[in-house]
Design a protein around this ligand. Structure first.
Ligand code: UDP
Length: 421
């Protein structure tokens, strides 16, 4: 991936200053001084689709802009590998399922092969962040590694299916540390565990301000009626995102109030179940002209941005959710979010304050009707939601926590860490 050039570095930093203020940026510069030139590698399993890729696209250039030699590598595999890792994902989020030995072998062999391809880049790195279970066995393939290795779990692993966690634990245990998004997700592991919540980038195409005419043209493109309220859920077509529950909520709410529902999603290249879920969603929508099921390309960031801006209410009715970037994305655009009462959604949706937490389609329908009936409350909650994201879930906070962690990992047993002034 391209490095931030000297010419762009100052520009990048200045742009963030305009959003978050001088002090936040100066703090990041201080924390990054001892890390200048450090070789930091992030590894995951997809360049596009899903929250992890979304974050890495933004975090890496920012680390580079702060003088860190940060890079991003993606492991690749065949369909049996992704079948296996989707099984891990489901099992870590509590679905009992046994994974056949043949798939586990495919997982291990894929990691062995990727380890050979990445060996040069990984053995000499000062810090390696391995994201989620897909590349977890890489560490076992690098006995000659020099740096500190951290496993970063983005999944709601609060109640994993035990036999699968027991298998995965053998790969995760030898890491120097692990990171989870919430304290409830942390596991019994023999190394330090850190809690770092994810974030959104206010300057990305997904989140930056858009001209009104661009928003209108996206509405036209998808045949949305500007006179009828819009409820939107942006998500991969995944059962944990409960798109069928969203359709049910829409059906209940639209009996009493005119409404349009937009389900916007695409696939992630490491998610083999998307097509089946999309078929179920289309079936449930049953040709209703006010339900818009959109299948978007991976780079449709401005389109999603425009949809989030045009929506009256953003939904994220997940049943399990590691964090849910789509929640902060909606809130940043001043929208109240109706979210499933689970995992990382609870960090962002403060019930009755920045949105509503719900357990059922009936509960979601009730909140939709209430917000559309009480525009004053809708706007008030939306404004608070934006402030809440600004204070807590922008990439600058995320980066500060990563820098602090890297300083601590690289300082060894030193009693004092001198950061720059
Ligand atoms: N997203 C996207 N296109 C889609 C669906 C999702 O760009 O068709 C983005 C979405 O805007 C968000 C990320 O992918 O930035 C999804 O992250 P989240 O944490 O909500 O869920 P995950 O997919 O990681 O479970």
């Amino acid at each position: 991936m391209a490095k931030a050039t000297n010419k762009t570095v100052k520009g990048i930093i200045e742009e963030y200053k305009a959003v978050v203020g001088d002090e936040v940026i100066s703090h990041l510069q201080q924390l990054s001084k001892p890390l200048r030139g450090a070789r930091v590698v992030h590894v995951n399993s997809t360049r596009e689709g899903g929250g992890v890729a979304e974050i890495l696209h933004k975090l890496i250039p920012l680390k580079q802009a702060l003088g860190i030699n940060a890079t991003w590598e993606v492991i690749t595999g065949e369909s049996r590998f992704y079948q296996c890792t989707k099984g891990f994902h489901n099992a870590l989020q509590g679905v009992p399922q046994s994974i056949p030995d043949g798939l586990l072998r495919a997982y291990e062999e894929t990691n062995q092969r990727n380890a050979e391809d990445l060996r040069q880049k990984l053995v000499d790195a000062d810090v390696v962040f391995i994201h989620d279970p897909q590349p977890a066995p890489l560490l076992a393939q690098m006995p000659e590694r020099k740096g500190r290795w951290v496993w970063r779990c983005h999944i709601d692993a609060s109640h994993p299916y035990r036999p699968v966690w027991k298998y995965l634990k053998q790969w995760v245990t030898p890491y120097d540390a692990s990171i989870f998004s919430l304290p409830e997700f942390a596991q019994k592991l023999p190394h330090p565990q850190y809690i770092i919540a994810p974030s959104i980038d206010p300057l990305s195409d997904k989140n930056r301000d858009l001209p009104e005419r661009e928003i209108q043209s996206v509405c036209q493109e998808f045949g949305l009626n500007p006179e009828v309220p819009i409820v939107l859920q942006v998500s991969r077509y995944d059962r944990f995102k409960d798109p069928l529950g969203v359709i049910e909520a829409y059906k209940l709410a639209s009996k009493l109030t005119p409404l349009q529902l937009v389900l916007a999603g695409g696939g992630a290249s490491d998610d083999p179940e998307g097509e089946a879920v999309l078929r179920e969603v289309r079936q449930a929508a049953n040709g209703d002209p006010n339900i818009h099921v959109l299948l978007l390309p991976a780079d449709a960031h401005r389109t999603i941005n425009a949809l989030q801006r045009t929506a009256d209410i953003v939904m994220q009715k997940s049943i399990k959710e590691g964090f849910g970037l789509t929640v902060s994305e909606g809130m940043w655009k001043g929208k109240p979010v109706i979210g499933g009462d689970t995992g990382g959604i609870r960090l962002q949706v403060i019930n009755h304050y920045t949105g509503f937490l719900v357990h059922t389609p009936e509960g979601a329908a009730l909140r939709i009707r209430y917000l559309l009936h009480r525009r004053d409350v809708l706007e008030e909650i939306g404004a608070r939601a934006r402030r809440f994201v600004k204070e807590n879930y922008l990439i600058t906070r995320h980066l500060r926590e990563y820098l602090t962690l890297m300083n601590s990992l690289l300082s060894g047993s030193q009693e004092r860490i001198e950061v720059g002034s």
